[in-house]
Design a protein around this ligand. Structure first.
Ligand code: GDP
Ligand code: IMO
Ligand code: MG
Length: 419
């Protein structure tokens, strides 16, 4: 079988967790391939809301294999808390596997993240401060500590060696820190990880594919936060794009099947950086309120704005998206008029290409649609959707030339329409 990939096409929080959970029954294996606990993936069913940070969103289906791939970075403290909070749902986690090649976030990585952001001042990235950037820096700098290292007798010494390096750097910053308490929790988290099945997940995933098992790769963040193709430097530190599933799981590109891109019917962004269609007015405020747009990981208010087609087309190009999943259109039901940005005006010229320079002022050019002004949240079939909304869907499909195959009309598992 081929590897299918599901990823965000905007700035994250498109609804990946919900959709992976909905699609899990169709797959044998769900695998996270990048990012870490900067992610917050929300799932809702049986009147309970779950937010996952490191664990794949297929975990509520005990008969399905869930894998944390080599491209992921793991904070043992957060991982342990996640496991503890899920125990009450009678999950045994015998179906959860962790790649030995995944890297650890150390307590000092978090401190380095905070020191780096503090040093940047007004140009700060708006990081989730989970230590993501410094951990990936140590990975590419060939200093990192990996999950498989906990099996080595000198693990503690390796930890101390890396910690010392970090402390030396922290001492150069005018930054106060105290790691003692957090360090004890960290080693408790390491003990939790020790109790899991630590695997060479690249062999596992390829064996599953050879055995004709279906595997879904679950992305974190979104394409516009990709380290190479996002609005650098206002990005995360991993490849969030489809190619990241190849390096983050060890699956060759010729084994890729469907690439499902998730798109919110509008846009949100947490943290700093360019956001051409951002609405700093009552409309943006209304979107935030109705869409409950507050970060799943940090609780920060998300910046809100209209759908941005030039950015979406770019994401589709970079990822080779074969299907689009549209979420949260129900939030737009409150508006009389709905706008979609079809091109940008930059330095007096109209374009639909994203500029290299993230500081260039961009004026979005909009097409307006009549709002549907109807509650979508109870719709279960396409026939129940208002014509104005179906026109909106057709317009997007026509513009981006990729079919919208799933429409999500609410946070619950059941509020999903397969076209
Ligand atoms: P992720 O990071 O991509 O998994 O997305 P988040 O979980 O961070 O944010 C998406 C939010 O929207 C969560 O609170 C979801 O419960 C919620 N959500 C997902 N799909 C829909 C939808 O179609 N409509 C509404 N109203 N909420 C949704
Ligand atoms: P999910 O998987 C939204 C943003 C941060 C910040 C930038 C860098 O839930 O969609 P980092 O902590 O990686 O150093 O932060 O990226 N960011 C996200 N925004 N959803 C996420 O994940 C995000 N993960 C990181 O807000 O702007
Ligand atoms: Mg999220």
């Amino acid at each position: 079988m081929k590897l299918d990939v599901l990823l965000g096409l905007q700035w994250g929080d498109e609804g990946k967790g919900k959709i992976v959970d909905v699609l899990t029954p169709k797959y044998d294996v769900i695998a996270r391939f990048q990012g870490g606990p900067n992610a917050g993936h929300t799932l809702e069913f049986n009147n309970i809301k779950h937010v996952l940070h490191t664990i794949p969103s297929g975990i509520f289906h005990p008969e399905k294999v869930n894998i944390i791939g080599n491209g992921v970075v793991i904070d043992p403290v957060i991982f342990r808390k996640e496991i503890e909070s899920l125990k009450k749902y009678n999950l045994t986690f015998s179906n959860l596997y962790i790649s030995k090649k995944a890297h650890f976030i150390l307590p000092t990585h978090r401190m380095l993240d905070a020191a780096s952001e503090a040093a940047k001042g007004v140009t700060k990235i708006g990081s989730t401060l989970k230590g993501i950037g410094p951990t990936y820096m140590d990975k590419t700098g060939r200093n990192g500590l990996r999950v498989g290292d906990i099996l080595a007798p000198d693990f503690k010494q390796r930890y101390e060696f890396l910690k010392k390096k970090h402390i030396d750097i922290l001492n150069q910053h005018d930054f106060t820190y105290d790691i003692n308490e957090y360090e004890a929790d960290w080693f408790e988290g390491i003990d939790t990880i020790r109790s899991f099945q630590l695997v060479d997940s690249e062999y596992m995933v390829n064996q599953f594919l050879n055995d004709k098992k279906s595997v879904l790769a679950e992305g974190a963040q979104g394409t516009m936060l990709d380290i190479d193709f996002g609005s650098y430097p206002f990005v995360t530190s991993s490849n969030t794009i489809c190619a990241g599933a190849s390096t983050g799981l060890g699956v060759a590109p010729n084994k890729f099947g469907e690439v499902m891109g998730i798109v919110k019917a509008y846009c949100t962004r947490v943290g700093s950086g360019p956001f051409p269609t951002e609405l700093n007015d009552n409309t943006g405020e209304e979107m935030r309120k109705v869409g409950n747009e507050f970060g799943s990981t940090t609780g920060r208010p998300r910046r809100c704005g209209w759908l941005d087609l030039p950015a979406l087309k770019y994401s589709i190009m970079i990822n080779g998206v074969t299907q689009i999943i549209l979420t949260k259109a129900d939030v737009l039901s409150v508006f009389d008029t709905i706008k979609v940005c079809t091109s940008y005006k930059i330095e007096g010229k109209t374009t639909d290409q994203l500029p290299y320079d993230v500081n260039l002022p961009i004026e979005p050019i909009y097409k307006e649609f009549k709002g549907w002004k109807k509650d979508l949240t109870n719709a279960t079939t396409l026939n129940e959707l208002p014509k104005e909304f179906l026109d909106y869907i057709s317009f997007i499909e026509h513009e981006v030339k990729v079919p919208i195959t799933i429409v999500s009309v609410g946070p619950n598992r059941k509020q999903t329409i397969i076209r």
